[in-house]
Design a binder for this molecule. Structure first.
Ligand code: HEM
Ligand code: ISQ
Length: 154
């Protein structure tokens, strides 16, 4: 599938909406992950180590934002270059972090569903099949790059 200028615009537009309320959407994103896979909670050090409720967790917010931002950047790259190029060190680092925390392939589907649902809620009547498809494609490319790196680490 080619990633068109329109796809890129769709992704950027919904990211702009999300940016207006980062605390709400990052919390929502994470809550949906835990709804689908409650056991995932123990994987996140910022939850293990703190008694703080999700709402006030600055680390959660910062992490969730990175995930959205990276997916958004991968959309831009897909359109510009036709592939996702994450910096070599970043990718190695992400591969290692996820491997270390016990992330396995099926988890990526959970995070994908949570990401899409968050965007669906955030974008309201702007939500469409096209928008969903654009984010899915961008996410899948990014996820594939991280998964590949995780396999190399073994
Ligand atoms: C950490 C991105 C998929 C679980 C991180 C970090 C980023 C990130 C940026 C923070 C690294 C740091 O700054 O220290 C992504 C992206 C993903 C993805 C872009 C998909 C395309 C997943 C999946 C899981 C997961 C599928 C499984 C539930 C974790 C965990 C950490 C982490 C447990 C460590 C958090 C901590 O304890 O500090 N991820 N991630 N990630 N991610 Fe992901
Ligand atoms: C890290 N990796 C994937 C998804 C996440 C969601 C919220 C916080 C951190 C995350």
């Amino acid at each position: 599938m080619t990633f068109t200028e329109k796809d890129e615009a769709l992704v950027k537009e919904s990211w702009d909406i999300m940016k207006q309320n980062i605390p709400e959407y990052s919390l929502r994103f994470f809550s949906i992950i835990l709804e689908i896979a409650p056991a995932a909670k123990n994987m996140f050090s910022f939850l293990r180590d703190s008694e703080e409720v999700l709402q006030n967790n600055p680390k959660l917010k910062a992490h969730a934002v990175k995930v959205f931002k990276m997916t958004c950047e991968s959309a831009i790259q897909l359109r510009e270059k036709g592939e996702v190029v994450v910096g070599e060190t970043t990718l190695k680092y992400l591969g290692a972090i996820h491997l270390k925390n016990g992330v396995i392939d099926p988890h990526f589907e959970v995070v994908k569903q949570a990401l899409l649902r968050t965007i669906e809620e955030a974008s309201g009547d702007k939500w469409s099949e096209e928008l969903k498809c654009a984010w899915s494609v961008a996410y899948d490319h990014l996820a594939a790059a991280i998964k590949a790196e995780m396999k190399e680490e073994v």
